[in-house]
Each structure stands twice: as structure tokens, then as C-alpha cells.
Write a protein that binds this ligand. Structure first.
Ligand code: CP
Length: 318
């Protein structure tokens, strides 16, 4: 694996999930791999989990890690080739990526979508420009439309909790929110669930259909209660509409999950990528309950980042 930007960069997602889980037995067991190597983490947007788990993952592999909040500390970047840079953009990604590649052996970048320009967001223009001009491997720390490190950690969490022979039923349910959020976590979760052996259902209000390229053959149900029946894992996430892009069409029914609604599930675990707005996206009664899987998901973010960096280091070993 050279770059890690989606499930499609991974030959065998199940093997990556299993290796990620296995790293927990001896977290410092690969500290020799990244000796004298530098991990550069570039954030164009805020983060808690991704930033700290990636930084610590680098440490577990013996790497030096350097972090830059590009949005606040760096020059404003121009991403378009051939641009006449006579506005507020100071540095072109072509030059910035060249410099980053001189200082770093692996570059991670977080770049959220515009939520106004669907074509640009769904072309992954920003992430692709970094990959184009970087001479070292690139890891997505969440792009405009995907969050593969989160989905890898989610897959690990499901595998750790599910040791039965039958496939688990995994439901991704839309949740309310106060502002328009990206579709990245949901797109990515859908891709990864289709790549592993689970019975996967998405439920959301009409008007919140995800991009067809990410849902393909997935069962979509507009009745939340119907979708939740017999679920083993319920992944809760808000996303804004794909059409009209980035908007929040009005929703009539109550989509906030509750203990009562969960009664039709198979005692399902509750999942969320965090950060979560309590009592808007998920109620305290579920977040403070025994079936809350978010601490395990957050823990697995560390081993997801570690296994991805480990594979890249092994692949680029000289
Ligand atoms: N889940 C997640 O990516 O968290 P952060 O935005 O805090 O990194």
C-alpha cells in the first residue's frame, strides 16, 4: 500500500482489520520500523481523535511526528494548476507538497468539503493535488468525501465484538443535527461495510440519499423502526443532502434514537465516530449506557492509524 485514501487502496480490508486488532497485544512491538522517519500531519480543519491518534501511532512506530494546523499557521494554499495567484492565496500546493516531501516520509492531510461545490468535492480535487505533487506516501485524515481511518476503526470495533458465525446486521441511521455536516463518514462506512461480510442497511429521511456510487446495492429504508429490527450494530450519523448539495431539507419525523426505539434491535451496540452533540444526535441515555461502543471506536482509531502507517513503512522500506 502506497497511499491510504479509501478502501480501494487496500488489497484485503479484512486482513487489515485483523492486523489492526492484533497490534493491541503489543502496541510498541514495531517501534523499530519508523526509526529516523518523519510523519507530517497537515490539518486544514479541526480534529481531536484523528490528530492525536495519528500522532501517537507515529510514536508507536518510532517515527518523529510533526503537526501543522495549515488553516491557522500556514500560508493560504492555491490548489488549482495554472492559477494566476493575484488574490489571497500565497503558496501553490505544487511548491508546498515539494517542501513537505523533503521534510517528511509520510504526509497525512485533513481537508473537509466545501459543501457548496459538489463537483470539486466529489472529484477529491484537494487530496488528489497533494498526491500528485507529493513524492512520498499520503494518508487521508478525512477528505472531502471519505474518512477511511474512521471506517477502518469502525470495522475493527465490529469484528472485536462479533464472534458469532452468522453475519451481523449493521444499520447506519441518519440522526438530527443543528448544522450541515459532510457525507464523508457515511460514504466511507458504507464502502467498508460492503467490503466486509455484514448484512448492511442504511436508513434516513427522504431527501438524504447518499451519492449512489457509495450505496450501490445497499438496502435503503425510509422507516427507521423497520430498519432497526434485529440490528446488532447501529451506527448513528448526521449528514447533509447530496441533492440539493450540502442542504438540510426539512424532516418531519423524530429521527433521534432512544432506548425505546432500540428495543426492536438485537440488543445492538451503538456506534458514532465522535464528536457527538449529546441530546441532539444521540441521547444521554444511550451514550451513557452499556451498549455504547464509542470508547472502543476511539481506542481503535489509534490502531487503525498504526496498522496503516506500518503497512506503508513496510512497503517503502529500503
Ligand atoms: N472521528 C473523528 O475524526 O474525530 P476528530 O474530528 O476529532 O478527528
Amino acid at each position: 500500500m502506497r497511499n491510504f485514501t479509501s478502501v480501494h487502496d487496500v488489497k484485503d480490508p479484512v486482513s487489515l482489520i485483523r492486523e489492526g486488532i492484533s497490534l493491541k497485544i503489543n502496541p510498541w512491538g514495531n517501534v523499530h520500523l519508523g526509526k529516523n522517519k518523519t510523519l507530517g500531519l497537515i490539518f486544514l480543519n479541526p480534529s481531536l481523535r484523528t490528530r492525536l491518534s495519528s500522532q501517537k501511532a507515529g510514536q508507536l512506530l518510532g517515527m518523529n511526528t510533526i503537526v501543522m494546523n495549515m488553516d491557522k499557521e500556514g500560508w493560504a494554499l492555491e490548489w488549482t494548476d495554472g492559477a494566476i495567484m493575484n488574490t489571497n492565496k500565497t503558496e501553490h500546493i505544487k511548491d508546498a507538497a515539494m517542501v513537505l516531501s523533503l521534510y517528511c516520509d509520510i504526509i497525512g492531510m485533513r481537508c473537509f468539503p466545501t459543501l457548496t461545490d459538489r463537483e470539486a468535492d466529489y472529484s477529491e480535487h484537494v487530496m488528489k493535488q497533494l498526491i500528485k505533487y507529493s513524492t512520498v506516501p499520503v494518508v487521508s485524515l478525512e477528505s472531502a468525501i471519505l474518512h477511511p481511518l474512521q471506517s477502518l476503526a469502525d470495522g475493527m470495533s465490529i469484528f472485536e465484538k462479533w464472534n458469532k458465525s452468522k453475519k451481523p446486521k449493521v444499520v447506519l441511521t441518519w440522526a438530527p443535527h443543528v448544522k450541515a455536516l459532510p457525507q464523508a463518514v457515511s460514504n466511507s462506512f458504507s464502502e467498508w461495510m460492503q467490503a466486509i461480510d455484514v448484512d448492511f442497511v442504511i436508513t434516513h429521511p427522504k431527501g438524504y440519499e447518499l451519492a449512489p456510487s457509495f450505496t450501490k446495492e445497499v438496502q435503503i429504508k425510509y422507516e427507521q423502526e423497520e430498519a432497526l429490527k434485529g440490528a446488532d450494530f447501529v451506527y448513528v450519523k448526521n449528514w447533509s443532502a447530496y441533492e440539493p448539495y450540502g442542504q438540510m431539507p426539512p424532516v418531519e419525523k423524530d429521527w433521534l434514537l432512544s432506548e425505546k426505539k432500540m428495543k426492536v434491535t438485537n440488543g445492538a451496540y451503538i456506534m458514532h465516530c465522535l464528536p457527538v452533540r449529546r441530546n441532539v444526535e444521540l441521547p444521554d441515555e444511550l451514550l451513557d449506557g452499556k451498549r455504547n461502543l464509542t470508547p472502543l471506536q476511539a481506542e481503535n482509531r489509534l490502531y487503525a492509524a498504526t496498522v496503516v502507517l506500518k503497512r506503508i513503512l513496510e512497503n517503502t522500506k529500503s
